[in-house]
Design a protein around this ligand. Structure first.
Ligand code: ATP
Ligand code: MG
Length: 311
């Protein structure tokens, strides 16, 4: 990549897919997706920012909430998040309105970010003694008045109070799974946490989406893991998986998503495709990826995703 000013090229990627103006179905209500997996480095942040950018490039209004003290989502979106910047910490701990911390993402119209600063590392402890400690994010989101189609929450690699706040605020859990050894290890614990939060704090919560990331089709291991995940989760698994791609891993160091950094790359196209699947599933339709590149997309009503509803 010899040019980092590729922002204006991103809509071309959407066009390249032959879908300009075609748009995506908009959810009736804001869909709040919690991107979680307590395992580190599986692609939570990468998935959050690239799905969010893909949806925004298709015309949706999307807010990314960075709920990880590492602030990787803020970095990837080119959002300033040094210690003095008003951040999600102020929202959670000091009840600052969300609108006071949300910043627009340059280059991608309709995309916004509530950044995380290093302060957030202390929030896990500070929240313990606060009233309604599990539902502070939910309350902030409910009070946010700007219209949004999607909110994507990037969780830290743990199942503490920050992740619980996300699970109370959202209805959908999106689990990225890296196609590597031990991919499924620890997932039981994550699913039990989802059940606990559903049982006690948020009856709407469910795992709506599994995304296979860093897929390397040349290895038998990747296809074995993918098969195991599909057998285990069935319809929740998106048909699109995200390939291992150097472009995807380079983009954050330029403060960009892969959609603006290299719109024609396989990584960008696969995230656009995954975002389309998510959008269609949200309105109860299944997107037939096999026909995606032929211009003869077929959408089938799916009872499964209809019954999941959307929020
Ligand atoms: P953490 O648990 O630390 O928050 P994470 O689950 O958010 O990590 P990411 O930060 O998204 O994971 O990804 C981990 C690393 O893998 C990053 O360096 C990222 O750039 C790289 N990566 C993610 N997806 C891909 C991909 N499809 N191809 C190549 N590299 C990738
Ligand atoms: Mg992360």
């Amino acid at each position: 990549m010899d040019d980092t000013s590729m922002g204006s090229a991103a809509p071309l990627a959407v066009q390249a897919l032959g879908r300009a103006g075609q748009g995506l179905p908009r959810p009736e209500r804001t869909r709040i997706m919690v991107v979680a997996n307590q395992k580190g480095g599986v692609g939570k942040t990468t998935t959050t920012v690239n799905i969010a950018a893909s949806l925004a490039l298709h015309g949706a209004r999307v807010l990314v909430i960075d709920l990880d003290p590492q602030g990787n989502a803020s970095t990837a979106l080119g959002i300033d998040h040094h210690a003095e910047v008003p951040s999600i910490y102020d929202v959670l701990v000091d009840s600052k309105p969300l609108s006071d911390v949300v910043q627009p993402v340059l280059d991608v119209e309709g995309l916004f970010c509530a950044p995380a600063t290093i302060d957030l590392a202390g929030a896990e402890i500070e929240l313990v003694s606060l009233v309604a400690r599990e539902s502070r994010l939910q309350r902030a989101i409910r009070a946010y008045e700007q219209p949004l189609d999607y909110i994507l929450i990037d969780c830290p690699p743990s199942l503490g109070l920050l992740t619980v706040n996300a699970m109370v605020a959202g209805a959908e859990v999106l689990i990225p799974i890296q196609c590597e050894y031990y991919a499924l290890e620890g997932l039981g614990q994550l699913l039990r946490n989802v059940d606990l939060v559903r049982g006690h704090l948020n009856p709407d919560l469910h795992v709506s989406t599994i995304l296979l990331t860093m897929y390397d089709g040349r290895t038998r291991l990747a296809s074995q893991v993918a098969e195991e995940v599909r057998n285990h989760f069935g319809d929740e698994v998106l048909r699109t998986s995200i390939p291992r791609s150097v472009r995807i891993s380079e983009a954050p160091s330029y403060g960009q998503t892969v959609l603006t950094y290299d719109p024609g790359s396989s990584g960008a196209l696969s995230y656009l495709e995954a975002a389309r699947e998510i959008a269609f599933r949200g309105v109860g339709m299944h997107y037939d990826a096999q026909h995606a590149h032929t211009g003869t997309q077929q959408y089938q009503h799916s009872q499964h995703s209809m019954s999941e509803g959307n929020q």
